[in-house]
Design a protein around this ligand. Structure first.
Ligand SMILES: [Zn+2]
Length: 407
């Protein structure tokens, strides 16, 4: 049996226990109160990033280059992804290097959508955290056809069946890269397989313009037509939804993945997160593509982005990253409760601590992290990957970056 002790243990976004230890094996066994614990320690549930592209980590800084989404995709993402499709090893190296930043920010579960996901799966297993993986399905684009992409995604679902840490879903990328019929076909397939989907909707206003001009559909019509609520759905961004479309996302099967840094740097706009929360929608956080791949930076960015737009506080954002994120991935409750999976993080924070959750966002560093009771981070570094391996992988990746995206 192991234990993690904190001056503060944040057992839920509503409740903090002082001077307590969490006792666990693969699951949480008990919480012992009234133990003497060092002042500057906090224990929380692990955090989830529910919209991530680990394979884009090597080109993460390009989103700060003043391009809007479509220009950024055609200038940086497509060339990188075409190369990556030919080099599965690059997906592995990109994912491990991304995880070396993401996991020491407190992330213990990640929903990833990209290519060569079987190699991304290997990276996640090497690091030891939970993954929910999907292939970026599109009609053409990086693939010869949707059928080729879908076959790859179905194969992934088959391969990951029965895995302890990993699972798969289907990844219809966005309404602009699949027709409504194709998108609906993917949802049908997901329903048959008993898996969810992961998609981008309304990151930019062009999604609804495209649907209106090409198919005479509103976003609400589209969401209804494809039957998004029939399966567990992660909807990334949801920035440009009118009230009608927004209300259709208020459903126990749907989680909005809010990605404040990429939305800011690509100047997509601010998703109406306050409105979603007030309506009762589930909203989690995603690092998407971000210069830091740190979920704590996403919390800080979200706080800033929403000032004057229906403010959010640290506790709501912590809830988004734990409870909403874990429930979106159907892993558990996202709470430190007896019987829950032991995905737990021990943080060091600067004193004085006036608010434990705010402290994480302003001065937290991860001392230890556990996934299913297994230690994956010690003193801020991954245990599954050596320093030497990381240096080698980074060197490998930077050679490809030069080929793809020289300044
Ligand atoms: Zn994305």
């Amino acid at each position: 049996m192991k234990e993690l002790c904190g001056r503060y243990v944040v057992v839920s976004p509503q409740r903090v226990v002082e001077n307590a230890c969490v006792v666990f094996d693969e699951r949480i066994v008990r919480i012992e109160e009234e133990r003497g614990v060092p002042e500057n320690t906090i224990v929380t549930h692990g955090l989830a990033s529910i919209h991530t592209h680990l394979g884009l980590y090597p080109i993460r800084t390009t989103i700060a280059g003043r391009a809007r989404l479509d220009e950024w995709v055609s200038r940086y993402a497509w060339p990188w992804e075409r190369m990556l499709r030919q080099e599965p090893e690059l997906s592995y190296a990109s994912a491990v290097t991304a995880l070396s930043e993401l996991v020491p920010s407190g992330v213990t579960a990640v929903a990833d959508m990209h290519f060569n996901e079987e190699r991304v799966a290997e990276a996640l297993l090497k690091v030891g955290i939970r993954g929910d993986l999907s292939v970026a399905l599109m009609s053409g684009g990086v693939y010869e056809s949707l059928d080729v992409a879908l076959a790859e995604n179905m194969e992934l679902v088959k391969k990951l069946a029965g895995s302890d840490l990993l699972r798969a879903r289907l990844g219809p990328t966005t309404p602009r890269l699949l027709s409504p019929e194709e998108f609906r076909e993917v949802v049908d397939r997901a329903e048959e397989l008993g898996v969810g989907i992961h998609t981008h909707i309304a990151e930019v206003p062009e999604d609804s313009e495209h649907l209106r001009m090409r198919y005479g559909m509103s976003l609400r019509d589209f969401i209804d037509f494809v039957g998004l609520t029939r399966v567990n759905s992660i909807v990334a961004h949801a920035v440009w939804l009118d009230a009608e479309a927004a209300s259709s996302l208020v459903h126990p099967n749907v989680a909005v993945a809010h990605c404040p840094t990429s939305n800011t740097l690509l100047r997509d706009g601010a998703a109406p997160v306050r409105r979603y929360l007030d309506l009762g929608a589930r909203v989690g956080l995603g690092v998407d593509v971000s210069p830091s791949y740190s979920i704590i930076d996403e919390i800080a960015m979200a706080l800033a982005l929403h000032i004057g737009r229906g403010d959010l506080d640290f506790w709501e954002l912590f809830e988004a990253a734990t409870v909403a994120g874990y429930r979106a991935l159907s892993i558990g409750s996202g709470l430190i409760e007896v019987g829950e999976v032991a995905d737990i993080v021990l943080w060091s924070v600067e004193r004085p601590v006036v608010d434990p959750v705010a402290s994480l966002a302003v001065s937290g560093s991860v001392a230890e992290a556990y996934v299913g009771g297994r230690k994956v981070v010690e003193e801020g570094s991954l245990l599954g990957v050596s320093g030497g391996e990381l240096v080698e992988l980074r060197r490998n990746v930077s050679g490809y970056v030069k080929k793809c995206c020289a300044e």
